[in-house]
Design a binder for this molecule. Structure first.
Ligand code: ZN
Length: 165
């Protein structure tokens, strides 16, 4: 076994010393599910005043409602106490500021390999994509109408979230 993760495992042991979520049932206690970007500038719980245990969080590049996100939201709505769904992309997202071609070139340069076959699902019009994503959730036959769905934009420079859809 390598020592590549030693610092993180050591931090985990400290975390476990004061672990308070033992026996927790795993539902979303605040009834919230969140789809957002993988961007490290986003603190998905903190930005909504939530704590561990409160929300289901699904992240990917761009915060898109993908097939896998919909699977998570259906499970959340039926089995995990989710009654409100927030789709939250953010300002200055790499998935909106690069073209597919630019990302492929960057990855090709970084890897020294041809990356022209790799798709990245870049977003040309972020707000239009947000409308589509929210509609996908609202129109999903297995997401009950009682579940509230909103589309929001997170500003990585101010920390503020604004509802767009
Ligand atoms: Zn992003």
């Amino acid at each position: 076994m390598s020592h590549d993760f030693d610092d993180l495992l050591e931090a985990n042991r400290r975390f476990a010393e004061s672990f308070a979520l033992s026996g927790f049932d795993g539902v979303a206690h605040a009834g919230v599910a969140l789809v957002t970007c993988m961007d490290s500038r986003i603190d998905p719980l903190g930005m909504l005043g939530l704590e561990p245990g409160d929300a289901k969080i699904f992240r990917n590049p761009g915060g898109r409602v993908t097939q896998a996100a919909l699977e998570a939201l259906v499970l959340g709505a039926h089995l995990l106490n989710v009654s409100r769904i927030l789709v939250v992309p953010h300002t200055r997202c790499a998935m909106t500021s690069n073209t597919e071609h630019e990302l492929r070139e960057k990855i090709s340069r970084s890897s020294g390999q041809d990356a022209s076959w790799q798709t990245f699902h870049v977003i040309e019009d972020q707000i239009a994509a947000l409308h589509e994503d929210v509609q996908k959730v609202r129109a999903h036959p297995l997401i009950p109408d009682t579940v509230k769905v909103g589309g929001f934009l997170y500003d990585v420079d101010t920390g503020l979230i604004e509802q767009k859809v």
